[in-house]
Unconditional design. Structure first.
Length: 670
């Protein structure tokens, strides 16, 4: 016997494709923080001339039912809608589209009535469509639809009255609520949103070696001594205090000053050579104190409004307890010795990498997960992960997913200065934030091209850059040669181009001496010795840093990576860009890129786009200096002199569009 049945899916006429945002065909979630919008677009169309309707469906991951948002047509069969992510938990979204019989009938009826044609049959057809809908409805809507169907059907009424009933807005609204979706097309994938807390999007980081926070350069400071430095860090407006590894440091092959292969008595060693007889990743260096001392330090930081970020480096010194207790967790040479880390021609005899593919890999993975769990239990929720690109992607995807399922407020920063695709993939598989190439982008073209990529392509959906102006490993040539103005320039750029940025201690003192010409490493690097600094020096940038961080808290636009736009200048050494919330006033940055010479020129503002008058004076306020200017027209003159001013941060007090309300979780009123 011939099978004459037809797959119902074949009767679904609508096509849905090219959905955005969508990362790698839905393999990975996009990222948001509470109160942020997700603007979804898609191509939605069908054969013929029938009216197509599209709806955006979204819900919290734990919900059973979907919220339904009408999509609006744009051009060329492109549709758009948006939803706002809630305060907690992940979300899902997808799209549904169908040929709407009622809307098609309504459109045809209007055309025929307008052409003066008889519509007797059309009215009866409409009555049947509305009557069918009444069977799907309940309560008042069902009664309304039955009444409307009867009004369309009764021939004793005038045709004009029946047409008016068929085109009535209340009927249209009721029909939309009870549309026939039996042949609707559902997009083939359900897409995901990972919702992090606000600190994942916006923060100012300060990196500090706690062992250098005392007054005696011959010994490690304790956590209690380091706590005395906390008010200073908070006074500059930082909200995240990042600590390099605080674990016991190995003695074997300990590095000396300036990375010397041999140490001398008193050299403290590199904190990244983790592990000694005093313990490993779940212990603290005795010179700093005890775990209870750390708990007290963390609590003191929280009272100052600082959240501790802890460095997690998955490697071991030869003295780590893991080496004797779990030798199978390391790679071995043919002679049976454990392989130390190498980056030819460099050798790191003080560090043993883990073997993530060993026969005992399952136990190793669980142990490393438990390292995170140990510090989470002690109140740490932010982790800067050292060199994650040298460990398996699948390990990070597993461990971050597992931890965030139980601790959704954890944040993971990937310290991966590596190839672009690897950096992006780490962000896709779960890292909350990423180090970036900002340090090496110094010209106007380099900066505008790079940040256009980060904020105007699909990268913005999953990768959040954290713009560190310097690190213990990176002292860029720009800082080495440019003096104090170079540090001011890079501070303003980092703090205004990115919503998250950081500096390493000593930046505010303009420390700029490399270990040798052509190197990006510091002379007398704090990685290998204790550095006691005089933070009260007259030339400190602390006051400027505090002012910039205060502006970031006041101006909501600076708390997001989105909304960045570059503007034309007639001088290659002057960069101009703005950030703007939807429907809000812009914040305009004008920065010199020359730390040595005075630069001046003209910057062009998109006045028509901003709905500002082209032929009337505009007052602008430099919130960095407190000065006020009157500008007129698209092009306006600026002069920046490294000796006195390297940047403007400008606001528009008379902007005609009302400032947007601060988004949920913004720092505007802190």
């Amino acid at each position: 016997m011939t099978d004459t049945s037809l797959d119902p899916a074949l009767l679904r006429r609508v096509v849905i494709e090219h959905v955005t945002p969508e990362i790698d065909e839905g393999q990975f979630p996009i990222k948001r923080t509470p109160g942020e919008d997700v603007i979804v677009e898609a191509d939605v169309y069908a054969d013929g001339h029938d009216v197509v309707v599209a709806r955006l469906l979204w819900r919290r991951e734990m919900d059973d039912s979907w919220s339904d948002v009408p999509m609006a047509p744009l051009t060329n069969d492109r549709w758009s809608a948006q939803f706002t992510v809630p305060d907690a938990g992940g979300c899902e979204y997808t799209i549904e589209g169908w040929v709407d019989r009622f809307e098609t009938w309504r459109a045809d009826l209007s055309k025929k009535v307008g052409a003066g044609q008889d519509v007797t049959n059309e009215l009866l057809e409409g009555a049947a469509i509305v009557s069918d809908a009444s069977e799907r409805a309940h309560g008042d809507d069902a009664a309304t639809l039955r009444t409307a169907a009867q009004a369309l059907r009764v021939t004793s009424n005038s045709q004009g009255a029946r047409v008016e009933a068929g085109l009535a807005d209340p009927l249209r609204a009721a029909m939309a609520r009870h549309a026939d979706r039996s042949r609707a097309t559902r997009y083939q994938r359900t897409l995901r949103v990972h919702v992090d807390r606000v600190r994942a999007r916006f923060g100012a980081w300060y990196e500090m070696f706690p062992r250098s926070a005392g007054t005696d350069p011959t010994r490690s400071a304790t956590f209690d001594e380091a706590a005395a430095r906390l008010p200073y860090v908070r006074s500059m407006g930082f909200n995240v205090l990042y600590l390099p590894p605080i674990h016991p440091i190995g003695q074997s092959f300990r590095k000396g000053r300036n990375n010397a292969l041999e140490s001398v008595p008193g050299d403290p060693g590199s904190p990244w050579a983790i592990g000694s007889r005093e313990g490993g990743h779940m212990a603290v260096e005795p010179g700093l104190g005890t775990l209870e001392d750390f708990d007290r330090f963390r609590a003191s930081a929280e009272r100052e409004g600082l959240e501790i970020a802890l460095d997690i480096a998955f490697q071991a010194s030869p003295d780590h307890p893991y080496v004797t207790e779990h030798p199978s967790w390391f790679r071995h040479r043919p002679d049976g010795t454990i392989k130390y880390a190498e980056n030819p021609p460099k050798k790191y005899q003080d560090i043993y990498p883990f073997d993530f593919e060993s026969d005992d890999a399952a136990a190793l993975w669980r142990e490393l997960r438990d390292v995170f769990e140990f510090w989470i239990a002690r109140g740490v929720k932010i982790f800067r992960v050292d060199n994650p690109h040298t460990k398996p992607f699948r390990f990070w995807q597993w461990v971050i997913g597992d931890l965030q399922s139980r601790h959704p407020d954890t944040i993971f920063l990937a310290e991966a200065f590596t190839r672009p695709k690897i950096m992006r993939y780490l962000a896709k598989i779960g890292f909350t934030q990423s180090y970036s190439y900002f340090t090496w982008r110094n010209t106007k073209e380099e900066l505008s091209d790079y940040f256009t990529e980060l904020t105007s392509t699909d990268v913005v959906e999953y990768m959040r850059p954290n713009l560190f102006a310097n690190t213990p490993d990176i002292l860029h040539e720009f800082l080495q040669r440019g003096g104090r103005p170079a540090f001011e320039i890079r501070l303003v750029l980092a703090a205004t181009l990115g919503a998250s940025y950081g500096i390493y201690s000593g930046f505010e003192l303009c420390e700029n001496v490399p270990v040798r010409p052509g190197s990006e490493e510091y002379l007398d690097s704090e990685k290998y010795q204790i550095r006691v600094r005089a933070f009260g020096e007259p030339g400190s940038l602390a006051e400027l840093i505090a002012r910039v961080n205060g502006i970031r808290r006041s101006e909501c636009a600076l708390q997001f990576d989105r909304g960045l736009e570059f503007h034309e200048t007639d001088n290659a050494s002057i960069i101009c860009y703005s950030k703007r919330m939807p429907h809000g006033a812009p914040v305009l940055m004008v920065v010199t890129l020359d730390p040595v010479n005075m630069r001046h020129g003209w910057v062009r503002l998109p006045l028509e786009q901003w709905l500002l008058p082209v032929d009337q004076p505009i007052e602008v306020v430099d919130v960095l200096s407190g000065e006020r200017y009157v500008w007129r027209g698209e092009w306006n003159y600026v002069r920046l002199d490294p000796g006195s001013r390297v940047a403007h941060i400008l606001t528009f007090p008379d902007f005609p569009i009302q400032h947007s309300a601060p988004p949920a979780g913004s720092d505007r009123h802190r």
